[in-house]
Design a protein around this ligand. Structure first.
Ligand SMILES: C[S@@+](CC[C@H](N)C(=O)[O-])C[C@H]1O[C@@H](n2cnc3c(N)ncnc32)[C@H](O)[C@@H]1O
Length: 230
C-alpha cells in the first residue's frame, strides 16, 4: 500500500511518539466519538469541504495539540469548517470531547501524520486556509530537517490551498521564525501579506503554549502568506 511504503521508507517525521498519558475521559471520548468525527488516512484525494454538511470555507490545522484553539475558533465561526490533523491520541481525545461538549458540527479530525494526510488525501486547490500554531521547533541544528516548515514540504502544503487562500504560521522560537520566513518567502506558490513578520492576528485564540512563551519572555512571531492568484 502506498501510504505504508511512504511512511516506512522516505519520510522524516516532524514528531516523536510521546507516552500516551490519556485520561479516562479522553479515552472514552476517543472510543465513542472517533468513529463519528475522525476520517481515516487513505490514498484517495478528497475535497475536504465534502466532509462537512455545508460547503463553507474549510481550514486545515496541522498539529492542534489538545485542540483548545481549534475548538474555540470552531465555536466562534460556525460558518467555517475545521479539519484538524494530529498524531497525539490524547489530544485527539480531548478535541473530540470538546466537539461533543460544545456541539460543534464543523470539526473533523485526521488522527495521523499531517505530512501523509496533506500529500495523499487533500486534493490541490481545495482548502481556504492552513494553520500551524506553535509547531515543534526542533531547536537542535541536526533536527531542523524534522521541522514541519522545511524546504521540500512548503510547496506541497501551498498547492493544497486554493488561490487567494492563506497559510498562517505562529511560533515562539525566534530562529525558527526567521528560517520559516525565509523558506516561505522562497516558496513560489506563496506571497507574504507583510514585508516580514505579520501583525498579530486578532482572532487567533491564545493557547497554553503562548502563555508559557510569555512567561519565559519569548516573543511570538506570526507569518501570513497568501497562495498566488485569486
Ligand atoms: C508544540 S505542539 C503545539 C500544539 C498546539 N498547536 C498549540 O498551539 O497548543 C505541536 C503539535 O504538533 C503535533 N505534530 C507534529 N508533527 C505532526 C504531524 N506531522 N502530523 C500531525 N501532528 C503533528 C504534535 O503531536 C504536537 O501536538
Amino acid at each position: 500500500m502506498l501510504v505504508g511504503e511512504y511512511r516506512d521508507k522516505t519520510h522524516i517525521k516532524s514528531y516523536v511518539k510521546r507516552a500516551l498519558r490519556m485520561s479516562d475521559h479522553q479515552r472514552r471520548a476517543y472510543d465513542r466519538l472517533a468513529p463519528l468525527h475522525c476520517i481515516p488516512l487513505s490514498d484517495s484525494p478528497i475535497d475536504p469541504a465534502g466532509l462537512f454538511t455545508n460547503r463553507a470555507r474549510t481550514i486545515v490545522e496541522i498539529g492542534f495539540g489538545m485542540g483548545a484553539a481549534t475548538a474555540e475558533l470552531a465555536a466562534r465561526r460556525p460558518d467555517w469548517n475545521f479539519l484538524g490533523i494530529e498524531v497525539y491520541k490524547p489530544g485527539v481525545g480531548k478535541l473530540l470531547s470538546l466537539v461533543e461538549e460544545h456541539d460543534l458540527s464543523n470539526v473533523r479530525i485526521i488522527h495521523d501524520d499531517a505530512i501523509l494526510a496533506m500529500e495523499r488525501m487533500i486534493a490541490p486547490n481545495t482548502i481556504d486556509g492552513l494553520h500551524l500554531f506553535f509547531p515543534d521547533p526542533w531547536p537542535k541544528k541536526r533536527h531542523h530537517k524534522r521541522r514541519i516548515i522545511r524546504s521540500g514540504l512548503t510547496s506541497m502544503f501551498a498547492e493544497r490551498i486554493r488561490p487567494g487562500g492563506y497559510l498562517y504560521f505562529v511560533t515562539d522560537w525566534e530562529e525558527y521564525a526567521h528560517r520559516a520566513l525565509e523558506i516561505l518567502t522562497n516558496t513560489p506558490e506563496l506571497v507574504n501579506e507583510y514585508e516580514s513578520f505579520a501583525d498579530p492576528v486578532p482572532w487567533r485564540p491564545r493557547t497554553a503554549f503562548e502563555a508559557k512563551a510569555a512567561r519565559a519572555g519569548r516573543p511570538v512571531r506570526e507569518l501570513l502568506f497568501r497562495r498566488h492568484g485569486s
